[in-house]
Write a protein that binds this ligand. Structure first.
Ligand SMILES: [Zn+2]
Length: 313
C-alpha cells in the first residue's frame, strides 16, 4: 500500500509560494486568499506551519481588506464573503484574530443577510446556501452570530432540503455533495442538525463511493479527491461515516499523489493543485491517517485551532 508523501507535499506547497513571490499565488490571481487558506491549512495538518513567514502573510492579508470590512481575493480586488472567511480562517490558524476590527468584519458579513434569511455573497446579490454556510462559519469564529437572524437563516437552509435528504443551492435546486456540506455545516454550527433525516442523507452520501474507492459529488459523476472532504465531513457531522469503506478511500487519495514532486490531484495521474492537495490531506485527516492532525468537519480548521477559539485552550 502506498504511503502519504507528506514531506513532498510540504515542499510542493512551499515551492509554489516561492515561484511567484507571494504565498497566495498558489492559485489564480483573484483567488489568492483562498489559495493561502488551502496551502496553510495543509501545512498545519502536516505539522509544518512554522516553515512560513507569519508576519509577511498577515500584512499581505490585511492589505486585501476593504473599507467595508470585507476581504477581496487579492490586493485591489472586490470584497466577497468567501475571501472574508478564508482570511479569518488563516488568521485563526496563526492565532492572529486580534489584528482584526472584529465589529467591522462581522458587520460586513451580517449585512449580507437577506429578508428571507438567505445570504448574498457580495453586494451584487447572488444567493446560494454556500454563502449561508460561509457567513455562519465566519461569524461563529468571530463570536458574532448574534448579529444575524439565526432562526431565519436556518429556516432558509431547511427550505433547500430535497426529498432525497440532500440540499441544493436554492429551494428546488439539485442535491450536490458540496452544497450538502455547506448546509449540514451551517446546521451543525447553529445547533440545528435535528432538521436532517440522518439515515436518508447518510444513504445518499455513502452511495457517492464508487468502485475505485473514491467519492463523487452526484450520481453518475466521476470520483474526485475534493469530495473526500465534502462527503466525509457531512457523514461525520451526521454520525454516519462508518457507512463508507474507509480503507478503499484512503487508497484512492494516496493513488492521486504525485509521489515525486508532491501535491495531490483530483484523479490518479491528473495534474496536481493546491486545492486538491488540501482536500486530500483533509480527507486523510477525517480517515485518521497517522501523522495528520485532526480537522474539525464544520469549521474546516484543525481541531486544536477550533478548541483555542471556543474553549480558550
Ligand atoms: Zn475536485
Amino acid at each position: 500500500m502506498a504511503e502519504l508523501a507528506a514531506d513532498k507535499h510540504v515542499k510542493y506547497i512551499v515551492s509554489v509560494e516561492k515561484k511567484k513571490g507571494s504565498f497566495g499565488s498558489v492559485v489564480i490571481e483573484h483567488m489568492r486568499v483562498n489559495g493561502a487558506y488551502w496551502g496553510l491549512t495543509t501545512l498545519d495538518l502536516l505539522g509544518k506551519l512554522h516553515v512560513v513567514d507569519v508576519d509577511e502573510i498577515v500584512s499581505w492579508l490585511i492589505s486585501c481588506q476593504h473599507e467595508s470590512g470585507g476581504f477581496g481575493g487579492n490586493v485591489g480586488h472586490d470584497p466577497h464573503v468567501m475571501y472574508t472567511l478564508s482570511a479569518v480562517q488563516v488568521l485563526a490558524l496563526f492565532d492572529k484574530l486580534d489584528v482584526l476590527d472584529i465589529e467591522k468584519v462581522s458587520d460586513y458579513v451580517a449585512g449580507l443577510q437577506n429578508e428571507d434569511g438567505s445570504f448574498s455573497g457580495d453586494e451584487w446579490g447572488e444567493v446560494d446556501t454556500r454563502f449561508s454556510y460561509i457567513a455562519i462559519c465566519c461569524l461563529s469564529l468571530l463570536h458574532r452570530l448574534n448579529k444575524i437572524n439565526v432562526e431565519k437563516a436556518v429556516k432558509y437552509i431547511v427550505s433547500c432540503k430535497n426529498l432525497d435528504g440532500g440540499f441544493g443551492s436554492t429551494p428546488g435546486g439539485e442535491s450536490h455533495a458540496g452544497q450538502i456540506f455547506c448546509c449540514v455545516g451551517a446546521l451543525a454550527i447553529t445547533g440545528s442538525l435535528h432538521h436532517i433525516d440522518k439515515d436518508l442523507l447518510g444513504w445518499w452520501l455513502c452511495e457517492r463511493q464508487v468502485k475505485s474507492g473514491g467519492l463523487n459529488g452526484r450520481p453518475e459523476k466521476l470520483p474526485d479527491v475534493c469530495y473526500s472532504w465534502w462527503v466525509l465531513s457531512s457523514l461525520i457531522m451526521i454520525d454516519r461515516v462508518h457507512w463508507i469503506n474507509k480503507e478503499k478511500l484512503v487508497q484512492y487519495i494516496l493513488d492521486c499523489q504525485d509521489v515525486e514532486n508532491g501535491g495531490i490531484s483530483d484523479r490518479p495521474d491528473d495534474a496536481v493543485d493546491v486545492y486538491h492537495t488540501y482536500f486530500g490531506v483533509a480527507g486523510l485527516s477525517h480517515l485518521e491517517y497517522p501523522g495528520v492532525k485532526a480537522i474539525d468537519p464544520a469549521y474546516a480548521l484543525p481541531v486544536d485551532v477550533v478548541n483555542r477559539i471556543f474553549l480558550g485552550r
